[in-house]
Design a protein around this ligand. Structure first.
Ligand SMILES: [Zn+2]
Length: 318
């Protein structure tokens, strides 16, 4: 079975159109990709899907499951109507801090900032903020950070994404404080409600058979957190997703998702929390063998939509 992950699915928006910011799949490309996939693969319905992914039934072949990460408003506005009209089920993985606290997550703050403002300007502002908040830098990486980011930076957008999303240069709270400061300066009117689905949107989709899963609270890379922080991110997000209706399953997807983004401790926590299955990111098929063991169900691989026809996103850095 092929599991496929999508992120932004939206049309052009002149305010956030700088390359290197928001990488989005055009709605028309999304529809064409669905046409392509539906001609070739079987899509089990929601109850069959739950049985398959919980290891109680073998996946039919060839088959597929669609997943949508990050709780984006696009998923309610663009994706959900399209799936409903085709009677396709899907799984939506929601980071819960936006729903619970009304926050804009650092990962999406950077996408919007880079989509709207010249990358070098944002990076220089970030550097000034860090100069004024030296204690925000983690000691382990302080020297490396200072070495890497001094002087001319050939790819400011990439450097900024590394700073916020990549290696752990900054404490998690500092990452949030920094992106909050950058948003206040450059995009003071950016409303979280224009980025994320609301609780009501999620409830509506659940009521119509869509499967909702947790995607941590703050979308930090789990392997960068200590065990207590990992526990909070996993259990806190699972708890926030409970009671929103829909099929009762416990499912999770790792933020970022690659094998460098989680570790054995996180897998143990998922097993302890009774998570039925969890997705990572790795372009290979989900096999019956992986589905048969509770442990290997905690890192089921997913393809990115770009691995299939019509799945190329627009807005990547040049
Ligand atoms: Zn994500």
């Amino acid at each position: 079975m092929k599991a496929i992950v999508y992120h932004y699915v939206r049309g052009h928006d002149a305010r956030f159109s700088r390359p290197g910011g928001i990488r989005r799949l055009e709605p028309e490309s999304f529809r064409r990709q669905l046409d392509h996939l539906q001609q070739r693969l079987r899509f089990p319905d929601a109850s069959e899907l739950i049985e398959i992914l919980s290891g109680r039934r073998s996946p039919p072949e060839p088959s597929a499951v669609l997943t949508f990460d990050d709780g984006l408003r696009d998923h309610h506005q663009v994706v959900y109507p399209e799936l409903r009209s085709r009677m396709l089920p899907a799984i939506f993985y929601v980071p819960t801090a936006p729903m619970v606290h009304g926050s804009i997550l650092p990962v999406h703050a950077i996408h919007h900032l880079l989509g709207a403002v010249e990358a070098d300007t944002v990076l220089q502002d970030a550097m000034r903020w860090i100069d004024a908040h030296r204690d925000a830098l983690l000691a382990d990486h302080r020297d490396e950070y200072l070495y890497r980011h001094r002087g001319a930076v050939p790819q400011p957008a990439a450097a900024l994404k590394r700073l916020i999303n990549g290696r752990r240069f900054l404490r998690a709270e500092a990452r949030r404080a920094l992106t909050t400061a950058l948003l206040a300066r450059h995009l003071p009117d950016l409303d979280p409600a224009t980025i994320y689905m609301s609780r009501e949107n999620i409830q509506e989709m659940s009521a119509h058979g869509m499967i909702m899963g947790a995607h941590s609270m703050w979308h930090d890379s789990l392997c960068e957190l200590d065990r207590e922080e990992q526990r909070e991110e996993i259990l806190g997000s699972l708890a926030a997703m409970e009671g929103l209706g829909g099929p009762s399953v416990r499912t999770f997807a790792f933020p970022y998702g690659g094998f460098e983004s989680f570790d054995g401790r996180a897998v143990e926590l998922l097993l302890e929390a009774g998570v039925d299955w969890c997705f990572s990111l790795d372009p290979t098929e989900v096999t019956a063998e992986q589905l048969s063991a509770p442990r290997s169900r905690q890192f089921l691989p997913r393809f990115d939509c770009r691995h299939f026809p019509h799945g190329a996103e627009v807005g990547s850095a040049p």
